[in-house]
Design a protein around this ligand. Sequence first.
Ligand code: FE
Ligand code: FE
Ligand code: ZN
Length: 277
Amino acid sequence: MIIGPHITISKGFSKASEIAVEIGANTFQFFSRNPRGGNAKEFDKKDIEKFQKIRKENNFGPILAHAPYTINLGGTKDDVYEFGKRAIKEDIARMNSIGIEYLCFHPGSHVGGGIEFGTKRIIDALNEAIIGNEDLVVLLETMSGKGSEIGFTFEQIKEIIDGVKFKERIGVCLDTCHIYSAGYDIVNNLDDIIDEFDRIIGLDKLKAIHLNDTMTDFNSKKDRHEQIGKGKIGLEAIINFITHEKLKHLPFFLETPLDEAGHKEEIKMIKEEVNKR
Ligand code: FE
Ligand code: FE
Ligand code: ZN
């Protein structure tokens, strides 16, 4: 199983990978730049070398960078759009240069401009940002549908993918909390939901999972992550999900509200539950 939490890289990539190993993870997610936006930091060459060594020695699975939440490629404000386009383009290049496999981002919110307008803007931005010779794959995250978010149905995600020129460079990161809140009942109809994803988007496009439980009810269109097994999805459904024949090979990233010690316990508990199957 490939599993790891979100870890801060404020103390460097090598430190983050050491923490991952220490807490029983074999991958991790991190922010591609400060989550409140701003300019990206230069990399420390020694730190990156050490990070590469650690992840190789410990057989890490693919690593996931998450773009800052301040990026909105779907809205009506031109200054926000220009910042977002520049940041995503830069971060694709930056993450690619250090061998990060995936960069996920929230497709965007149309903030009144409408889904059609927002979707077109997202597609245009991606076609400017993705050059085509990257090794990295850009992942659209499935959203809960709060506010004017785009990307809370498989059809909306598919429409963005269809507009992107370099198809090999675009994929999906499925967030369990978000799709449950969006109205996909992974607790009672997991097989049907997986089939639906396959029919509309294609399972070959699914590259990573954000593994979260949720505080809010099914179809609530809210986005409140909960610790694994303590929310409305529940432990059994989560274990069904990660052990599913069509999903178990994927990397699972925890975005649960826990510190490092808490994530260590959570990973241990998940592994124990998986081993009981
Ligand atoms: Fe996210
Ligand atoms: Fe997420
Ligand atoms: Zn979320």
